[in-house]
Ligand binder design. Structure first.
Ligand code: DX5
Ligand code: ZN
Length: 218
């Protein structure tokens, strides 16, 4: 099976957003990854609804929204209305995770949770059935272009085992420092989806970069 590629819009050229969206539409990427930051949960501010509303009419791919914000559930209905496919909240930001995941699904979206590099995958033991996807951060969230944390490979393998042992279909996505080399190791360890920002948008041929990641399989 091929890998679900989700290029991160954070590394796009905001002066030429339309061209970058056209490139994504033409590419083999299945999803587009949207990094929303509030300057509180993470030490950076990115973008929110105005940018999403601007790109939705032209985008032919599924929206995969990674919320690095303190109170993500305030916006569940707004994301659903926009046609977001996957709503992803941080484990470290949500006290009532089971309730949050149920609400995401009942609003017609796929439920996902992100774990920071220091959070072990085992914290999800009792909520795995409620999850369509788990995102493991392989850098500390807040910025593109950081160095991959190798420890993520072991976390990926442990999560793969937890999911497979229960016969679940929960996807594993990795975000941060992904390129062809780290991507290959991650897919071997059990990843289903790769987020890539600076690798894709900084590549001389972004379509080729996406194709390379998409072709990776276990
Ligand atoms: C970081 C974001 C990432 C970021 C990845 O907080 O969650 O999605 O865009 O960027 P790269 O691929 O450059 O590490
Ligand atoms: Zn992200």
């Amino acid at each position: 099976m091929s890998t679900i590629v989700s290029p991160s819009l954070l590394s796009a050229n905001f002066m030429r957003l339309e061209e970058d969206i056209e490139m994504i539409n033409k590419s083999q990427a299945e999803w587009l990854h949207i990094d929303v930051m509030d300057g509180t949960f993470v030490p950076n501010i990115s973008f929110g609804f105005p940018i999403l509303e601007a790109i939705v009419p032209s985008l032919k791919k599924e929206l995969d929204v990674h919320l690095m914000i303190e109170e993500p559930m305030k916006f569940v209905e707004q994301f659903a209305k926009l046609g977001v496919a996957t709503m992803n909240v941080h484990y470290e930001a949500v006290t009532h995770l089971h309730r949050a995941l149920t609400a995401i699904r009942s609003n017609g979206m796929k439920s996902a949770v992100t774990l920071n590099p220091h959070t072990p995958v085992e914290v999800l033991t009792d909520v795995l059935e409620e999850l369509d996807m788990v995102l493991l951060m392989s850098v500390n969230p807040g910025y593109g272009g950081q160095k991959f944390i190798p420890r993520t490979l072991d976390k990926t393998a442990r999560l793969r085992k937890m999911i497979d042992e229960r016969g679940l279909k929960t996807l594993i996505q990795i975000d941060g420092g992904v390129n062809q080399e780290t991507g290959e190791a991650l897919v071997k360890a059990g990843a289903d989806s790769l987020v890539a920002g600076s690798y894709v948008f900084g590549h001389q041929n972004p379509l080729q970069a996406i194709e390379g990641l998409h072709k990776l399989s276990r």
